[in-house]
Design a protein around this ligand. Structure first.
Ligand code: AMP
Ligand code: GLY
Length: 391
């Protein structure tokens, strides 16, 4: 049996929603129902209250996802930056600032600059600012309007180069690197316009040359896992490395304590074997690479977003064509079902359409063809997902 929390109309077809209203009541429910394994998906639960994994541990429920103290790697940009520096892992220079004048002093008129709110902000807390006006706007949103709540700002050196997302399944001091992916973060084709939660992804073992992956492993993944151990930060779960391949080598942009979205949707069809068994064994302290195999091909995920995204979103637009996608996978995100059983939009990123192939070209062609069958008023999608490689 599969259960989910908080659940949605679409996931109800696969998993039964749990009637809980907090992490505490969720864990109490899991304990009462002798749940074998909790897979933590979304980051906020890891740091809410005592933390999902911490509560599971007390209740004796194996949890695939790290405890609150380790999830600070995602929840606090400042914590992550200090961890990176302590462990000599390549990353951009940065300073943490408490106020608008302090941040302006740290920028010291060096543009472009990168400003990061030090907390969870659902992908909206980072601004790459080309000039003083855009920096002023972001700092005003943080320090004057308090749009993200209380918190400091990290003023970070702006790096350049292609971005790549690497995931490792970490079990104490061992880990397994999954298929790398690339996220397309900007709303517009050609990587233009504002950042979004991700407009698509491409994944393949062939995406990154083996020598670069080996470098990422040696300079970033291995020292991160060793650093967690040394600093007494327990970790059993997926760890995501957002990496920029700069002219002076790979550097860490961010950690996430989970799989990436939309990278996960692209990577998963390439993973075969017993993933649930892999996560259960991992949560119990055993890394079991023998339970999985990785497809050598390509996978492309195209996101369909609603009108107004990313500034706003539009709900209530009827979705058509869901049955016409052939063997492409369609993952629901911002959708809901009407009383009459029709699907409609219910959020910014509405659906993810995923298809694969042995070559990049076939995966691209199939994913875009399938995405083209779906329609709703105001639909936005990028037509260059999987095609535009590194910019
Ligand atoms: P983050 O939420 O930290 O991943 O940042 C969101 C996006 O901002 C990243 O995917 C990059 O495109 C960009 N970004 C973050 N940090 C930097 C940096 N130091 N230099 C250049 N771009 C960055
Ligand atoms: N794709 C980046 C993230 O999931 O945060």
């Amino acid at each position: 049996m599969l259960f989910c929390f908080p659940g949605s109309d679409a996931i109800s077809a696969l998993a039964e929603p749990v009637a809980a209203d907090s992490v505490e009541s969720l864990v109490a429910w899991m304990q009462a129902h002798s749940i074998d394994l909790c897979v933590a998906g979304e980051e906020s639960y890891l740091v809410q209250g005592e933390g999902l994994a911490n509560l599971c541990s007390k209740a004796g429920i194996p949890c695939w996802g790290p405890p609150k103290e380790s999830a600070q790697l995602e929840a606090s940009k400042e914590f992550a930056k200090n961890f990176l520096l302590r462990n000599a892992i390549p990353t951009a220079r940065a300073s943490a600032c408490d106020s608008l004048p302090e941040a302006l002093a740290a920028i010291a008129d060096e543009y472009p600059t990168v400003l990061k709110f030090d907390g969870l902000a659902a992908g909206k807390g980072v601004a790459v600012c080309p000039d003083a006006a855009s920096a002023g706007e972001f700092l005003d949103a943080v320090f004057t309007q308090r749009r993200f709540g209380d918190g400091r700002v990290l003023v970070e050196q702006c790096l350049s180069g292609p971005e790549i997302s690497v995931f490792a399944a970490v079990v104490d001091d061992s880990y397994l690197i999954f298929t790398p992916a690339r996220d397309y973060k900007r709303i517009g084709e050609g990587d233009r316009g504002p950042n979004t939660g991700g407009m698509g992804a491409v994944a393949s073992r062939q995406l990154v040359p083996p020598e670069i992956l080996a470098q990422i492993d040696a300079l970033i993944v291995q020292p991160t896992v060793a650093g967690l151990r040394r600093e007494g930060l327990p970790y059993r779960g997926f760890l995501y490395f957002g990496i920029m391949l700069t002219p002076s080598g790979p550097q860490v942009i961010e950690y996430n304590c989970r799989f990436g979205d939309p990278e996960c949707q692209a990577v998963m069809p390439l993973v075969h074997g017993d993933l649930a068994g892999f996560c259960l064994a991992g949560a119990q302290g055993q890394l079991r690479p023998d339970l999985l195999t990785f497809d050598q091909g390509w996978s492309v995920c195209v996101i369909l977003a609603s009108a107004g995204y990313p500034e706003t979103s539009h709900s209530g637009d009827l979705i058509g064509g869901l049955d016409a996608c052939g063997d492409a996978r369609v993952y629901h995100s911002g959708t809901r079902q009407t009383a009459a059983g029709q699907w409609e939009t219910n959020g910014g990123r509405v659906l993810a359409v995923v298809a694969g192939g042995t070559t990049r070209a076939t995966a691209v062609e199939r994913a875009h063809a399938a995405a083209g069958h779906i329609h709703f008023a105001g639909l936005q999608r990028r037509h260059d997902i999987g095609i535009l490689h590194f910019t």
